[in-house]
Design a protein around this ligand. Structure first.
Ligand code: ATP
Length: 879
């Protein structure tokens, strides 16, 4: 029989699971052996040869390879035996793409490793204990503990469902939540669709209301989701971030420039009667060398490193583009509880309505406080365990505070034995209250409602409302969160009791004032954000007085800033909200739906807004925000799934750190563009100008490819490890869609490329015209000089772009791999030019010491000029 048709008892017995204690360790092992674990089969990896083919799949590279093969064949036919150059071309192109693949593979692996941090954990009952386990470790027969906001890890038959609603759109396409019922039955013949199987919860769906328990009836590929998992593993295309996409576009644009340059070079060569094969290879090599293919790889590495760093700082990136968006964020809308505050709630004060008495908990728990707290305590969902002799509380922090305060006199269990639980309507942030119903020791029933003061006040019939209002305001001003406790007793329980029935004719019991101090990091982080041009706003379900008191303490609310409540917000038109949005710093008593209005209004001002959220109802807002941030410690699975970033420490300060990382990524990408394009453009300049001046082709194809691979490639990869040498949080954020070349980058590249071009052309001219050390000037000498000068200037340039201050201000330890790579590239260049074998392979010749002195001098000129310009005009070289 299908799992959903089985009765509760039958489900429990057929899986031999204890409905209270869950499976024991032996059963877990046995079921895992027999039925497997809960993971999906993962997709196969691309084989390396395919990756190489894909990476070679670029028009200029293909033309170059074809040209090289043609030249090998024609050399064979001619019988001259000069294969080297063509073979070297093929070799360099292949090494280049292997290098890119290896680096990209590394970056992807580290990103994949981070995905593991992002695994869903599920609550199960095993051996009588609740345990949080990896979703993959769930086995058949496991007893799932389902809470509001849980993600369901496997298909399971409900054995208990309290107000349980599941959102099953991932499976059924239906976006409205489905009401679940553990006791429902089905007609034997009736066809029951997935969406109608209300006795079940399914893998891949989420709980949006209520709570319950369920026995796992299918795991892994046997789940309903598993059957469509085949489709899932196919849709594994990597999504590019906006920055990556812009760089791909940039690469394409440069390709056009490269192709145009190649055509001009060909034309010039032919008109000057050069050897056709040679000029063709030169032109295509130029095109290949000029396109910065390594740029996207370096960006992926930079992103991967940024993501790793963020993970170390407690921010787990779920969607890569968020890293970049963080860099442009100028508004952070943060929850109060747990993010700006410690979420260590402690009951401070209790007011007793009937006795009109205010108790300070620090003075001990008097009878009046006990009256109020005992009712508040039984109206919670807190479980208490003793671990190593200590009481461990599991539940909402507000509720834990109540139970813990009362525990000095009586435990929750003892109280519940006196007042057995009959029914409950759970808390949610929209209703801002909850009600539990108990058998009354003195006969009949008692319904206890606790919740926000302003929500309960209109519902309360008996009690001193004026006094209570005054107490509520005082508590709020002292930054206390206020819980209002009300009750109603009745003798008969109707057949179908409703929430309205429980919550009528209520009597005020008292008010509880709970303190939740701000985190020590919050005030400095708010200040740091402000200096960085990022406004922090507080969005909270709490009362406006409480919220303002905390906001003032951490400087979110300053002179001139305004507060607004959810009901005031409801009265504002979108236009009015837009006009004033910049002034509101605190939004109190808002519901999760209000968050969307706040986001949209900021977005209409062209702001980039990051928003935090932890509850089920926060999911739409997390999706609507430019960066949705969820909480790893206290958040629900639903919120985590909807978010771009998870804070593993729930701490506001982490968001500010992540913003600085995001900005850093952008700066590193700009540095990389500066490095690669300056050198590449100078290559075009050198070849074109030399040919226009009738100096012949000044560099061989292998020279261009070598510079691309070694002089640009080696230091370039190390740039992704470059630390942030400037304080990126001293300036306002960049506007969305700012050009990659904005803020003077294009000008810097133009200056650099011209300097490199001038010194290389000077080297060519000297090589062709000046007799030195007994060596007559000739084309070979000039090629050797041009090659070494271009290679060295390019390598030295990596030091120029690190900071807009002198290169000597940057220590070796800042990025040893960059210095080492530059050194290695220099050594390889010198080796190629000096060792007779490589000399002849690269078509170079032996040159005199005088030539070497000129080479070194010329190669240093750009760096010296740039150092000088930095001294007089540092803004020109802003990074
Ligand atoms: P945020 O995390 O967005 O800052 P919050 O956590 O302060 O918001 P909620 O948890 O939605 O906001 O709480 C709003 C109000 O609901 C509180 O001020 C309190 O009066 C009441 N409340 C909170 N928790 C409970 C609960 N467990 N039972 C009954 N009422 C509660």
């Amino acid at each position: 029989m299908k799992a959903y048709r089985k009765g509760i008892e039958e489900t429990i017995s057929s899986h031999a699971v204890d409905s209270q204690k869950g499976l024991d360790a032996k059963q877990v092992n046995y079921n895992r052996e027999k039925f497997g674990n809960n993971s999906f089969e993962t997709k196969k990896k691309e084989p390396i040869w395919r990756k190489i083919l894909i990476s070679l799949n670029d028009v200029a590279t293909i033309i170059l390879l074809i040209a090289a093969v043609i030249s090998i064949v024609s050399t064979y036919i001619e019988g001259t035996g000069h294969y080297f150059e063509s073979l070297l071309i093929v070799g360099i192109v292949i090494i280049n793409s292997i290098l890119a693949i290896v680096q990209e593979g590394k970056a992807e692996n580290s990103l994949a490793a981070l995905q593991n941090l992002n695994r869903t954990q599920v609550k199960v009952m095993r051996d009588g204990e609740t345990a949080l386990i990896d979703a993959d470790d769930v086995v058949l027969g496991d007893l799932l503990i389902i809470e509001n906001g849980s993600a369901i890890a496997a298909d399971a038959r409900l054995i208990e469902a309290i107000e349980l609603q599941a959102e099953e759109s991932a499976l059924t396409g239906e976006s409205l939540p489905v009401e679940k019922d553990a006791h429902a039955t089905f007609e034997p013949e009736a066809q029951v669709n997935l969406g109608e199987r209300v006795t079940m919860v399914y893998r891949g769906t989420t709980i949006v209301n209520g709570h319950g328990k369920a026995v796992v009836t299918a795991v892994g590929m046997a789940t309903e989701m598993g059957t469509i998992a085949g489709l899932l593993s196919k849709e594994s295309k990597t999504v590019l971030t906006p920055l990556q996409r812009r760089l791909v576009q940039l690469g394409k644009n440069i390709s056009w420039i490269a192709i145009a340059a190649a055509i001009v070079v060909m034309g010039l060569g032919i008109s000057q009667g050069m050897d056709l094969k040679h000029i063709f290879l030169t032109a295509v090599s130029l095109a290949v060398a000029v396109v910065p293919e390594t740029l996207p790889v370096i960006v992926t590495m930079t992103l991967a490193l940024g993501v790793q760093k963020m993970a170390r700082k407690h921010a787990i990136v779920r969607r890569l583009p968020a890293v970049e968006t963080l860099g442009t964020t100028n508004v952070i809308a943060s929850d109060k509880t747990g993010t700006l505050t410690q979420n260590r709630m402690t009951v401070r004060k209790v007011w007793h309505n009937e006795k009109n008495h205010l108790s300070l908990i620090a003075d001990g728990l008097d009878d009046m406080a006990q009256d109020v707290l005992s009712l508040a305590t039984i109206s919670t969902n807190v479980s208490v365990k003793t671990v190593d002799g200590e009481q461990v509380y599991d539940g909402l922090p507000t509720e834990v505070a109540l139970v813990r305060a009362m525990a000095a006199k009586k435990s929750r269990d003892d109280l519940l034995n006196m007042y057995p639980l009959i029914d409950q309507i759970p808390f949610n942030s929209t209703k801002k209250r909850m009600t539990t119903v108990h058998r009354n020791p003195s006969g009949g029933y008692i319904a206890i409602t606790k919740g926000a003061f302003d929500v309960l006040l209109p519902m309360i019939q008996h009690g001193d409302k004026d006094k209570a209002t005054a107490i509520n305001t005082t508590f709020g001003r002292e930054a206390l969160r206020v819980l209002t406790i009300a009750q109603r007793t009745f003798t008969d329980m109707p057949e179908n009791p409703t929430q309205a029935f429980y919550e009528q004719d209520m009597t005020l019991v008292g008010l509880v004032g709970i303190i939740d101090p701000p985190r020590v990091e919050s005030a400095p982080a708010v200040e740091k954000a402000r200096l960085a041009g990022v406004k922090t706003i507080m969005i909270t379900g709490d009362h406006v007085e409480t919220a303002s008191a905390i906001a003032r303490e951490i400087n979110i609310l300053q002179d001139g800033d305004q507060t607004i409540t959810g009901s005031e917000l409801a009265k504002l038109s979108d236009e009015a909200l837009d006009q004033n949005i910049q002034n509101y710093s605190v939004y109190a008593r808002v519901t999760p739906t209000d968050k969307i209005r706040i986001i949209k209004s900021w977005q209409r001002q062209d702001a980039t807004i990051a928003m935090t959220g932890d509850g089920v109802n926060d999911a739409p807002a997390l999706k609507a925000a430019d960066v949705g941030i969820s909480m790893g410690e206290t958040g629900t699975d639903v919120a985590r799934d909807a978010s771009d970033i998870i804070l593993t420490d729930d701490n506001f300060a982490t968001i500010v750190d992540a913003i600085s990382e995001g900005r850093g990524v952008y700066i590193k990408v700009r540095k990389t563009i500066n490095f690669l394009l300056s050198a590449n453009i100078s290559e075009i300049l050198v070849i074109l100008i030399a040919m226009i001046l009738g100096w012949g082709s000044p560099l061989l194809p292998v020279h261009l490819l070598f510079i691309n691979l070694v002089s640009d490639g080696l230091p370039g990869f190390a740039l992704s490890r470059e630390p942030l040498l400037t304080n990126v949080m001293n300036e306002p954020p960049m506007a969305k869609n700012t050009s990659l070349f904005a803020h003077g980058l294009a000008r810097q590249i133009a200056i650099n490329a011209s300097l490199f071009g001038i010194v290389t052309l000077a080297a060519i001219w000297i090589g062709q015209n000046v007799t030195l050390g007994g060596l007559t000037a000739n084309a070979n000498v000039s090629q050797t000089m041009a090659f070494v000068v271009l290679s060295l200037t390019s390598i030295f340039h990596v030091f120029n772009i690190r900071s807009n201050k002198s290169l000597f201000t940057v220590k070796y330890s800042a990025n040893p791999s960059l210095v080492n790579m530059a050194l290695l590239a220099t050594l390889i260049t010198l080796a190629v030019a000096l060792i007779p074998l490589t000399q002849s392979l690269f078509g170079l010749t032996f040159i005199s010491l005088g030539h070497w002195a000129i080479i070194i001098g010329l190669s240093l000129v750009p760096t010296i000029v740039i150092e000088f310009l930095k001294m007089i005009q540092p803004n020109l070289f802003k990074v």
